[in-house]
Design a protein around this ligand. Structure first.
Ligand SMILES: [Ca+2]
Length: 516
């Protein structure tokens, strides 16, 4: 009898310990916005007039990343590969939709965020925009609410996504669900159409401009032009005809001061609304006693140009677009700034590391937990970026330390351009065109002599050669299926296919897979 009682006591103790351990497992709130430049925020750009008190508080009480990037895209729909990389932790040429798709194992969705966290005993929930994403991975969340919400009311805008999270948290409380949660709180904004609410538009002096034949009114409350604004991009960047460069409602092909200031005002109105919605969710988590046990990640799928360098869209590799905002706050993370490099594709590994969940074998990301906990300055010396949704081979970038190289080539039009920047001296990647008196007069800027493209400067020839070698090494390492014509021809099939015509990436992918 005594031994039965002892066994019962031991079993009860074990159950209590298991439950306590379960309670201690941290939650994750992963906030993902759509098309948001890091330079919109004051903590990246002190000149910004965006009022985002909740996100600013997350930034000041968490870790801010100064060099968080997405790896790029082989399609004009940059969101889609970016979201595949986020969900799977895989590199850009190793995705199920990549031109290198044969390098991706089958059923990858079974090794994406929600599937991994479901298996680890987490409750998983997602709200986000619908489309241009990774549908098979998104379906893995136990609770899914998807809709494109880019309107100017609570029902049609960002409040809808917050309501889905609040409903879910209410339901969790009602059901006394004590499992740790992984919530993917996605927003459809500030992606165009940037229809802000009337109050927030008024605050930023903007209107929901709909008349392509007219210029919107200027207003002193509008944000000023960004320091790297140009009236046009100086050369064909290999995809000037993409939808974002000509068809975005409110901008179209206009790059004049009034249009761009109005559109950035609209972007700020949408971003402040996102800030308000995040505030509502954080307040509820605090009321529920969950906030202190939750890691909060704030980021975007990629940045956006809106007038910078004369561009409007996300189909380029300048910092405003290649970079993303990234803040992480949570237990054990001291407030600070991480200057080192990370990719969005490192998120899955980091989520796993923070929660003690084993990352899937298919993951290629690196956990940046050591940076979050102050044990390391950086996890990556070098970053590689691609955009080739237009002509091929398209654009490539490589970044190491203060130096950044961007290469452009179209084998169909003959475009071949190179840019070399020292980001410490020239953080906004200013070009000779930014020194034009007509530009500086409108933008109110006074660039220094060093703030130009250094690629043709003989003083930097060694650095240029070094960065080009680094780019080639990264292209090889990551299985980039293209090469520039002045790089070694390594017998890649895609090069031959390109010379046959400018095939769309999905066609190349299909043709390659069907070859014996
Ligand atoms: Ca996007």
């Amino acid at each position: 009898m005594k031994s039965i009682l002892l066994q019962l006591a031991a079993a009860l103790l074990l159950a209590a310990c298991t439950q306590a351990a379960e309670l201690r497992r941290p939650n994750i709130l992963f906030i993902l916005t759509d098309d948001q430049s890091p330079f919109d925020f004051k903590f990246y750009n002190p000149q910004s007039t965006l009022d985002s008190p909740t996100i600013d508080r997350l930034a000041s009480s968490g870790m801010i990343f100064d060099s968080a990037h997405h790896m790029g895209s082989f399609s004009g729909a940059v969101c889609t590969p970016s979201r595949h990389m986020i969900m799977s932790g895989r590199t850009v040429w190793h995705l199920p939709i990549s031109p290198g798709a044969e390098k991706c194992p089958p059923h990858l969705e079974q090794n994406t965020i929600a599937a991994v966290f479901n298996r680890a005993g987490y409750a998983t929930m997602r709200t986000c925009k619908q489309g241009n994403s990774y549908a098979a991975a998104n379906k893995q969340f136990s609770v899914v609410n998807e809709a494109v919400k880019r309107g100017d009311t609570d029902e049609t805008g960002s409040a809808w996504h917050a309501e889905r999270v609040l409903d879910y948290l209410g339901d969790r409380k009602a059901k006394k669900d004590t499992r740790p949660f992984f919530i993917n709180f996605g927003l459809s904004h500030p992606h165009d159409t940037r229809d802000g609410t009337p109050e927030l538009l008024a605050k930023y002096g903007a209107i929901n401009h709909k008349d392509q034949s007219a210029v919107p009114p200027t207003n002193p409350k509008q944000p000023t032009l960004p320091p790297n604004w140009l009236p046009a991009h100086p050369f064909d960047n290999t995809d000037m005809g993409v939808r974002d460069e000509k068809s975005v409602s409110g901008v179209w092909m206009h790059r004049d001061e009034a249009t761009i200031r109005n559109e950035i005002g609209r972007e700020y109105a949408c971003s402040e609304n996102i800030d308000i919605q995040i505030g509502r969710v954080l307040t509820r988590l605090e009321e529920m006693g969950e906030l202190d046990n939750t890691y909060i990640f704030y980021t975007a799928d990629h940045g956006i140009a809106i007038g910078r360098h004369g561009l409007q869209g996300k189909q380029n590799l300048y910092e405003h677009t290649w970079r993303v905002p990234m803040i992480v706050k949570g237990p054990g993370i001291k407030p600070g700034r991480a200057r080192g490099n990370i990719y969005l594709g490192d998120l899955l590994a980091t989520f796993c590391d923070l929660t003690g969940v084993a990352p899937p074998a298919t993951n290629e990301g690196i956990s940046f937990k050591p940076v979050l906990f102050g044990d390391k300055q950086t996890i990556r010396d070098t970053l590689y970026g691609v955009y080739n949704g237009g002509a091929k081979p398209g654009m490539r970038s490589v970044k190491q330390g203060d130096w950044k190289l961007i290469e452009y080539e179209s084998t169909s039009s003959g475009v071949r351009e190179t840019q070399l920047f020292n980001l410490k001296d020239n953080p906004h990647e200013l070009l000779a065109e930014h020194h034009d008196a007509k530009v500086t007069a409108v933008a109110g800027t006074s660039p220094t002599k060093l703030q130009v493209n250094l690629a043709k400067d003989p003083q930097h020839a060694t650095k240029l050669a070094e960065m080009r070698a680094l780019l080639l090494a990264e292209m090889r390492r990551l299985n980039d299926p293209w090469r520039f014509t002045d790089q070694p021809d390594e017998g890649l099939e895609s090069l031959k296919e390109v010379s046959e015509g400018n095939a769309a990436p999905h066609e190349i992918s299909r043709r390659r897979r069907h070859q014996p």
